[in-house]
Design a protein around this ligand. Structure first.
Ligand code: MLC
Ligand code: AMP
Length: 574
């Protein structure tokens, strides 16, 4: 009997122990299982691509046609398919996260990543890898001197600087100046002729995430970081695709710099969204473009600033007109589907000369770093109006307001007003400058562009210029006269300086400096002065015209009337 009881007890104990073990181990095993799965998911996420609209579109292009070329890199002489692009983006994303020891989080979480790469395939991989990792791209300007690069880097406060080998000479000075920001030497990607598998994809990041920071000059003397989100970028690209009907049959010859929206959105993002091929050139060279156009049908689109068209005309006149190339050049350019001019006013003589040579009527559109593209003429050549930038793009709201009173200019009034813009195209903020951001918006949420326009009764807009004389457009670059003045004033020989824009057929405006020298300093000359200033600022900001004066006229407030200065010294350049 007692033996039976003890056996029963033993069995009960065994059962209890089993239950206890199960009670402890099942949650433990479940916990371990879930943790492993989470870690596996994170590991997978390190190399997988978020389903952002641009990336999903690229995946579909790759699935539709495994051989579809996304980028032709003219410097490398290599072509890269959409498939390879996504695979390389996945690899670089992983490298970036590993470098920053963020494999566990698998997310840059809006950390800024600055990169310096020439216009080419590696630039695109850097940009997409940062986006895939959840970071904010800060594309650095390839022609900026060290001081300007340091300004952008200090202001954007990046977690990492990616340097293409041709910029490796900047590594030591950057590290000396910014010892806490690691830099990363990019190993350039090479064309992979073997079959490439697509990386895995995971759920999208929120589109409200910050994605891109472009440095732009404003009415202050320091450039500001203009921040756009994935929603902005997707909208800006998508509305161009709709308006200009980009397709996967398009082939763009891309010659624009890649630290501004013209090259980044119109050139890269919209083309890649629609499955087109982008042929990337390191910089604009008229001989190369004409040579490519002579090969009729090998490209379909070209986007540029008016100075580029002016250079193309000059090159044609000097080297192609009346030669055996003339017919091919004219016919090749005529065959293009879409040739667009923007970023600055297109002078009528340039427009007419280009039409005479190529038969193309340049499509004009209006845009800005803060809004992407806002207004555009139509695809139909017949609907393009001389001197007009056209009508608001789909989804973009545009209005004109009176400069003094803020009253909204009624439709059909043909009265000049300030352009204000609203829509998903409009940027999110100036980086870490909440007051500057607020200042540029009306209380009812419209962005104040600072440009003046008229609108005809048919709704077409005609840009009249900028309200501020302190903003100069030269070669399509916006330049702050105040920034140039501040940098010039740092030179010993300069006591006072006024920087103005002079009307110019080739450049739109030229940067001119009126200088009063410090007594006793050697007389300044333009060429050595330009050389000296190249240490301080990008080449396109440096004055190309110099006027030495004994006295600069100011009003009782000590202010200079820049319009009067231009009238006084360059009466024909107003
Ligand atoms: C270069 N130089 C300039 C200059 N750019 N001078 C005045 N203004 C400029 N913008 C100087 C150089 O320092 C050099 O001087 C000399 O001119 C000859 O240089 P280059 O090599 O012949 O010029 P190049 O490099 O060919 O530049 C010309 C250009 C370039 C038109 C190709 O300026 C360019 O790519 N512009 C596009 C800018 C752009 O993308 N803007 C879009 C912003 S977005 P030296 O002394 O060294 O001989 C935007 C929104 C929108 O506006 O609507 O799109
Ligand atoms: P950015 O700030 O460098 O992006 O330059 C934007 C500015 O370029 C606008 O505010 C306008 O002043 C000017 N701009 C852009 N497109 C045109 C155009 N088609 N005609 C005249 N000015 C233009």
């Amino acid at each position: 009997m007692s033996l039976v009881i003890s056996r029963d007890r033993q069995q009960n104990w065994a059962l209890v122990s089993l239950w206890a073990a199960a009670a402890i181990s099942i949650p433990y095993i479940t916990f371990q299982f879930l943790r492993n799965r989470q870690q596996q998911t994170r590991r997978d996420k390190v190399a997988s691509i978020p389903s952002l609209p641009l990336f999903v579109a690229a995946k579909n292009h790759a699935l539709n046609d495994a051989a579809k070329v996304a980028i032709i890199d003219k410097t490398k002489g290599q072509s890269f398919t959409y498939r390879q692009l996504l695979a390389d983006v996945s690899a670089l994303k992983k490298q970036i996260l590993e470098t920053l020891e963020l494999v566990q989080a698998a997310d840059l979480d809006e950390r800024r990543i600055a990169f310096l790469a020439p216009a080419g395939y590696d630039y695109v991989v850097c940009q997409w890898a940062v986006w895939a990792a959840g970071g904010v791209c800060v594309p650095l300007c390839t022609t900026h001197p060290l001081k300007e690069l340091l300004y952008t880097i200090t202001d954007s406060d990046p977690s990492l600087i990616i340097l293409y080998p041709s910029f490796s000479h900047l590594k030591a000075p950057l590290q000396e100046a910014k010892p806490n920001i690691p830099s990363f030497d990019l190993t350039p990607f090479v064309e992979n002729k073997a079959p490439v598998s697509l990386p895995s994809f995971h759920v999208s990041l929120p589109l409200s995430r910050r994605a891109l920071m472009i440095y732009t000059s404003g009415t202050t003397s320091n450039p500001k970081g203009c921040v756009t989100t994935h929603k902005n970028i997707t909208f800006q690209s998508d509305c161009l695709v709709k308006a200009w009907k980009y397709t996967s049959s398009d082939h763009l010859i891309h010659v624009l710099p890649l630290h501004h929206v013209h090259g980044i959105i119109n050139g890269l993002a919209a083309s890649l969204l629609s499955g087109a091929t982008v042929e990337m050139h390191p910089k604009f060279d008229p001989a190369v473009v004409w040579n490519r156009w002579c090969d009729k049908g090998s490209s379909t689109m070209f986007f540029a600033v008016p100075t580029v068209y002016s250079r193309l005309i000059d090159y044609f006149d000097a080297h192609i007109r009346s030669t055996k190339l003339e017919q091919d050049a004219r016919q090749g350019a005529k065959a293009l589907r879409l040739v667009v001019s923007g970023s600055a006013a297109l002078p009528t003589p340039t427009k007419l000369k280009f039409t005479e040579i190529t038969g193309q009527v340049l499509l004009e559109r209006y845009g800005m770093t803060e809004i992407g593209m806002g207004i555009s003429c139509g695809l139909e050549v017949g609907s393009r109006i001389d001197g007009s930038v056209g009508w608001p793009l789909p989804g973009v709201q545009v209005r004109l307001t009176d400069k003094e009173t803020g009253r909204i200019v009624p439709d059909g009034d043909n009265e000049a007003g300030m352009i204000e813009v609203k829509g998903d195209n409009v940027f999110r903020e100036y980086w870490r400058r909440p007051e500057a951001t607020t200042k540029e918006f009306t209380p009812d949420g419209w962005f104040k562009t600072g440009d003046v326009a008229k609108r005809e009764s048919n709704g077409a807009y005609f840009i009249q210029g900028r309200a501020s004389v302190d903003l100069i457009k030269s070669g399509g670059y916006k330049i702050s006269a105040l920034e140039v003045e501040r940098k010039m004033l740092a030179l010993e020989a300069i006591q006072e300086v006024v920087v103005v824009g002079l009307a110019d057929e080739e450049w739109g405006q030229r940067v001119a400096a009126v200088v009063k020298q410090r007594p006793g300093t050697p007389t300044l000359e333009l060429s050595p002065l330009r050389t000296q200033l190249k240490e301080e600022m990008a080449p396109y900001k440096i004055p190309t015209v110099l006027k030495l004066v004994d006295h600069i006229e100011r009003n009782a407030m000590g202010k200079v009337n820049k319009k009067d200065i231009v009238k006084k010294y360059w009466p024909d350049k107003v």
